[in-house]
Design a protein around this ligand. Sequence first.
Ligand code: NI
Length: 169
Amino acid sequence: MALLTILCYPDPRLHTVAEPVAQVDDSLRTLIDDMIETMYDSNGVGLAATQVNVHQRLVVIDVSETRDQPMTLINPEIEWASDESHTNEEGCLSVPGVYDQVERADLIRIKALDRNGKSFKLEAEGMLSVCIQHEMDHLMGKVFVEYLSPLKRNRIRTKLLKSQRESIR
Ligand code: NI
């Protein structure tokens, strides 16, 4: 297994729209295992392939306390979302050190393929629901800071560009 490099906002590659996965095979499973390892290593609860510069519809998630319940969603689709929504604090491995409020549907029903290519359905609420919606946004090229005001977003962009310049030096 290998740790993958996570793209950092405002890297333009984060705005790439992912293509559907055509085939669930061993090379995809290697990528999935590397993404799970990278997510755990970074203490994240989710990681979309977009964030490691692979533009295919694939996300890994683990919202368990024990950090041993990884879930893989391939070609996920939201079939239904509740009208009821809540605002939650979100962060993102691609936007280090930034946390802010985003409104999301409370309850969602999705379908996806698992790591063996088998189709399944899932109803999610709470943190899992928020996490799935956040990761699926990545697949559409959307980063959570795009829900914030232009003023806040610009501040975040400036701060991250500055810290990226300093870490290169
Ligand atoms: Ni994220």
